[in-house]
Design a binder for this molecule. Structure first.
Ligand SMILES: *[C@@H]1O[C@H](CO)[C@@H](O)[C@H](O)[C@H]1NC(C)=O
Ligand SMILES: *[C@@H]1O[C@H](CO)[C@@H](O)[C@H](O)[C@H]1NC(C)=O
Ligand SMILES: *[C@@H]1O[C@H](CO)[C@@H](O)[C@H](O)[C@H]1NC(C)=O
Length: 182
């Protein structure tokens, strides 16, 4: 009997706690939910060139004989620009890692943060995790969170290769981001 009373009290107090938290948006200073669309390009200049923005930091001893570079890990710090030219206005950085994660095709595991350094999202970040089969025309990846203006964000990113220079090993990728945030 006493156990039942304690159980009911616990149940009741947890319901009260939930009610008290119903105004969580206000208490976190969050406004109305909205959708933002972002469009930019990232410039990925591979290892080996003088101004590389993507470094190979590890690989398996079998990576070199793999037709898909399976097992290669890169750390990147790529500029984000408004237009496709490297001389176009820089609006942020794409920082994180990507790894060759398929044994049968060119496909990367991407785990990256976008840091915006200008405009209304200056100082805010978006976090993307996803699968990037680089030979496909459009690759969709998940926006799983963010900071600043993007606190509690969720969305998706569509990536398209704009240009690929296999001599300088530099790649320009167009990104369209749809993000729901407060
Ligand atoms: C690397 O930097 C040099 C000089 O700083 C520049 O001329 C060259 O275009 C850059 N290469 C790439 C691929 O951006
Ligand atoms: C890779 O390393 C493992 C463990 O050191 C070794 O047994 C194997 O023979 C190596 N394979 C190649 C292709 O070098
Ligand atoms: C972005 O924010 C930083 C840090 O607050 C500030 O120093 C910088 O001037 C801002 N840049 C722009 C373009 O607003």
């Amino acid at each position: 009997m006493r156990g039942l009373v304690v159980l009911l009290m616990l149940l009741f107090s947890s319901i009260v706690a939930c009610k008290a938290g119903a105004d969580w948006k206000k208490s976190l200073g969050l406004g109305k939910e909205k959708v933002s669309y972002l469009h930019f390009y990232f410039h990925d200049i591979a290892s080996g060139t003088k101004n590389a923005t993507a470094l190979i930091v590890a690989m398996a001893n079998t990576t070199i004989t793999s037709s898909t570079f399976f097992g290669m890990l890169n750390v990147v710090d790529d500029p984000l620009t408004q237009g496709p030219a490297i001389t176009s206005k820089v609006i942020g950085r794409m920082q994180g890692v990507y790894a060759s994660a398929s044994q049968t095709e060119f496909s990367l595991f991407m785990g990256l943060n976008f840091l915006f350094t200008t405009g209304e999202f200056n100082g805010s970040t978006l976090t993307m995790i996803g699968r990037n089969p680089t030979m496909e025309n459009v690759r969709e990846m998940s926006i799983v969170g963010g900071s600043g203006a993007f606190r509690l964000a969720r969305g998706f990113l569509l990536a398209k290769t704009y240009s690929a220079n296999t001599v300088t090993r530099s790649f320009v990728v167009e990104c369209d981001v749809t993000v729901i945030h407060y």
